[in-house]
Design a protein around this ligand. Structure first.
Ligand SMILES: [Zn+2]
Length: 443
């Protein structure tokens, strides 16, 4: 490896020398003679900087905090006396709470280099991938905090799905966190439970790195998901810096579809979603995972969004009920109906606002109402607290600005070539023409 570096180094010098020679003529000889020893010296002792320290000056030991392992337990393993530990523990109180050391987090112990035994000089505890605490054990005892430099990189990646999106990202050496973000952006346009082999995606986003390691995904600026041969674009747009933006398709339509606020018109909420309420029939305190809308018997109940009927039947507690699957993320359920509407059976497609049944009091109910249940990712949540599902359409006055801004973004994204799926071992070669990408794969 070192030889490789030397050859590359010398080649670089020769190339640089050639350029220099072009301008400086006879100075080339002298130039080469001066630079050559420096390259050799550099390849022998390459300084490694981390935590604002030159690690090559120390014997570097790494330690992973174990379950129930405390600060003192770690330091005693490195021959630090109890008196020193006690002093440090008291002195560091205002800087770092030692009880907050987490199992699984990394410590780096820097020991004296020349010594054959272990003489620790510093212990660095990594609180997160960004924040660290340095305990100085050298001639004086003190503690201080530091932060690793976060480098934000612009990433342009693409992939062809051969299993799940998550696995494809992993196999292509991309952050699996992208899968979650993409599934949120495309929640209403792409069914991630039904993505097919050969579906493709491109994503342009910011990613933060510390020492070459990804520490998080920033903004996804634009992305396109090609499902069954159809392109679904999403562009992030904020009207100005002071406002949080949203995702829109290439025509400025919101990526989110609205749910109706309630499944019945002219009703009142008689009981809200609550994790603990007194049940009027069972007389027990338990969670109520729905929102009750009281309305007269026979009031039509509407589907709050487009979808496919999953259940339409009678059950002891639910009474007559209908469950609709809207997409891979959302489902809604409507209980205690007096009657399920005609044509509402599993597999039937319904439109937003379509009547699916009528208010009643079947099952466990005291009076006529519809218990509306809202499912997100398999969990029952409070629809009234789901800000995300009620998107604001883009005001018309912003549309020209939006269309002008996304034009070059779309052209650039369209120019990205889809990467063919690669086996994991070859993921280093999935470089996508981006230097950042090669850098990332090498870590
Ligand atoms: Zn209810």
């Amino acid at each position: 490896m070192r030889k490789g570096y030397l050859v590359i180094g010398l080649l670089a010098i020769l190339v640089a020398g050639g350029v220099t020679a072009f301008f400086m003529g006879r100075n080339l000889q002298r130039h080469l003679v001066i630079t050559k020893p420096e390259v050799q010296a550099a390849s022998v002792a390459k300084p490694v900087f981390k935590y604002g320290l030159n690690l090559s000056e120390f014997k570097v030991l790494t330690h992973v905090v174990k379950q129930n392992e405390f600060f003192a337990d770690i330091l005693t393993q490195y021959n630090v006396t109890y008196a020193t530990i006690d002093f440090l523990a008291r002195q560091s109180k205002s800087i770092f709470n030692l009880n907050k050391m987490k199992a699984g987090n990394h410590c780096t112990v820097l020991c004296e280099k020349s010594d054959s035994g272990l003489v620790p000089k510093k212990l660095i505890y990594e609180e997160s991938k960004v924040d660290y605490v340095v305990f100085n054990l050298d001639d004086s005892l003190y503690t201080y905090r530091g932060q690793n430099k976060v480098v934000r990189k612009h990433q342009e990646v693409s992939g062809v799905i051969n299993s799940s999106l998550y696995e494809t990202l992993e196999a292509n050496n991309m952050s699996p966190a992208l899968a979650v973000r993409l599934s949120e952006i495309f929640a209403w346009t792409v069914d991630f439970y039904k993505i097919q082999q050969g579906d493709k995606f491109k994503v342009v986003y910011d990613e933060d790195f510390v020492n070459g390691e990804s520490v998080g995904i920033g903004q996804i600026n634009s992305c396109v998901f090609n499902s069954s041969g159809k392109d679904f674009y999403a562009f992030y747009y904020a009207k100005d810096d002071a406002h949080e933006g949203d995702y829109y398709d290439e025509n400025g339509n919101s990526m989110k579809k609205e749910f109706l606020k309630a499944p019945v018109k002219f009703s009142r909420i008689s009981s809200r979603y609550s994790l603990n309420r007194f049940h009027p029939v069972t007389k027990e305190w338990k969670a109520h995972l729905g929102t009750d809308y009281a309305a007269p018997f026979g009031t039509p109940i509407m589907a709050t969004a487009d979808g496919v009927i999953e259940d339409a039947c009678f059950k002891v507690y639910n009474g007559n009920y209908v469950k609709i699957r809207h997409n891979g993320q959302y489902k809604t359920q409507y209980l205690h109906m007096s009657k399920i509407a005609k044509g509402i059976h599993p597999g039937a497609r319904v439109k937003q606002g379509e009547v699916i049944g009528y208010v009643g009091a079947t099952g466990l109910a005291t009076g006529p109402h519809v218990c509306y249940r809202f499912w997100k990712d398999g969990q029952q949540v409070d629809p009234l607290r789901q800000k995300l599902t009620f998107a604001d359409p883009m005001p018309a006055k912003y549309k020209p600005d939006f269309l002008a801004k996304i034009k070059p973004v779309k052209q650039r994204m369209d120019a990205i070539v889809y990467n063919a799926p690669k086996p994991k071992a070859e993921s280093e070669s999935v470089a996508n023409g981006s230097d950042n990408y090669i850098l990332k794969s090498n870590f």
